[in-house]
Design a protein around this ligand. Structure first.
Ligand SMILES: Cc1cc2nc3c(=O)[nH]c(=O)nc-3n(C[C@H](O)[C@H](O)[C@H](O)COP(=O)(O)OP(=O)(O)OC[C@H]3O[C@@H](n4cnc5c(N)ncnc54)[C@H](O)[C@@H]3O)c2cc1C
Length: 386
């Protein structure tokens, strides 16, 4: 497929296998690929700017709710103030029209109920709770990532991180497929895994927007939620949701282990080369890792030989307890398979990379032997304490 790019040096034509549209909310790639989206009309309009407000103006600093909306201000540098307004119930979004100082000033006045003088804008911008979620993240050889795939109200600061996680999910899959180390079907899992994650973000931002309604009829709901947060009981759930660390891969096949499809937090490891950790190993080559703990991993290493171009096999010892003797970790940190479920490793490898091309000759690729445990060191076997 041919792609024309316009660079400062002029137009250049590239022959490419795939196109990833990481080109923002108004994505040209999304339009060219003909990818439709689910959209929700805005219910509020928001403005922001870095402006000068004289000290004698009665504009409070911080978050302030009035019967008409919100004013959020923060002292900036150089005598400037960062001003946000949220006009709830105003879905007449003018999001394609550049914001003027006069419009921001009159919006502030309308929300707080008196005129406010402002000047010397450094920048001005507007946004809304308009949402868009692409119906598919893949159309043939086109993919979408970031705001090109999902747009929502920026509350909770989740937009950029959701896009980064898209990129993390797609990049290793594209890398393997492009170099022939995995079948094209692996790329279908990208949207199956990432679209539900974006849907959750869209949903939680809409819930937060609903809670911001200025009317007193929401006060009892706000009081209830404040109580829940102060009790500490909902905090793990909410922080897992906002940070996305609670994400369990929905489309991931399961082979019996409860760890499959979950994010594996960093673990310290002793490898043949010395102390390391999961993040360090994943960062070395960016390929999927089959970690073999203890002495019983030989048969897994033999199974993995047939997919030698797709993964790296490392025999190691964990610094603490682990609940399995072998685990297959994807480059994005998710567990694709673990031995404690009893399911065959070959099935998991075939599902990820495609049917086995057949065992390669010679030793297991990338298999690094780990030194024997010293006195008191963790043997790393299932259920054996450190
Ligand atoms: C007010 C506000 C506050 C926010 N605060 C947060 C926050 O605190 N935390 C957070 O995580 N997120 C936040 N977000 C969301 C975050 O800004 C976006 O989710 C993020 O910037 C999206 O990144 P992106 O790379 O997908 O798209 P963009 O940042 O839009 O980047 C797309 C890039 O593609 C380029 N491009 C487009 N078309 C073409 C083309 N045809 N050829 C070449 N290049 C092209 C553009 O120039 C641009 O550089 C906020 C958003 C808003 C509106």
């Amino acid at each position: 497929m041919g792609v024309v790019a316009e660079a400062p040096q002029g137009r250049r034509r590239f022959s490419v296998g795939y196109v990833v549209g990481a080109d923002g909310a108004r994505s040209t790639v999304r339009e060219m690929a003909g990818i439709a989206s689910d959209v929700s009309a805005p219910t509020m309009s928001a403005m922001m700017g870095l402006v000068r407000i004289p000290d004698d103006q009665a504009v409070p600093v911080g978050w302030h709710r009035t019967p008409r909306g919100w004013l959020i201000t923060k002292k900036g540098f150089d005598g400037h103030t960062l001003v946000h307004t949220l006009a709830c119930g105003d879905g007449s979004s003018r999001r394609h029209v550049p914001l003027t100082l006069e419009e921001l000033s009159s919006q502030v006045a309308w929300i707080v109920g008196h005129a406010v003088t402002m000047s010397a804008p450094r920048w001005l911008s507007r946004f809304s709770d308009f949402t868009r979620l692409a119906r598919t993240y893949r159309a043939g050889r086109f993919f979408l990532a970031g705001d090109a795939a999902h747009v929502h109200f920026p509350i909770g600061g989740q937009g950029l991180s959701t896009g980064v996680l898209d990129a993390l999910n797609l990049s290793w899959k594209l890398g393997l497929v492009v170099r022939g180390a995995a079948a094209d079907g692996l790329l279908d899992t990208y949207g199956l895994e990432r679209r539900p994650a974006a849907q959750k973000v869209v949903d939680n931002t809409r819930a937060q927007v609903a809670l911001m309604g200025p009317g007193t009829e929401l006060d009892s709901l706000r009081t209830l939620l404040t109580g829940l947060l102060e009790s500490g009981r909902g905090n793990d759930f909410l922080s897992g949701m906002i940070s996305a660390q609670d994400t369990v891969l929905p489309a991931s096949p399961r082979y019996g282990s409860p760890h499959e499809g979950t994010f594996l937090h960093n673990i310290e490891l002793i490898t043949a080369k010395g102390p390391s950790d999961l993040i360090g190993l994943l960062g070395e080559g960016g390929e999927p890792l089959l970690l073999l703990f203890g002495e019983g991993g030989g048969r897994y290493a033999q199974t993995a030989r047939a997919w030698e171009r797709s993964l790296r096999v490392v025999r190691c010892r964990p610094a603490g307890l682990v609940p399995y003797s072998a685990v297959l970790v994807r480059p994005d940190g998710y567990v694709a398979w673990a031995s404690d479920g009893g399911g065959p490793l070959a099935d998991a490898l075939a599902a990820l990379f495609g049917a086995a091309p057949g065992p390669g000759p010679g030793p297991v690729p990338g298999l690094e032997e780990v030194p024997a445990p010293g006195p008191g060191a963790a043997p790393g076997l299932e259920g054996v304490p450190a």
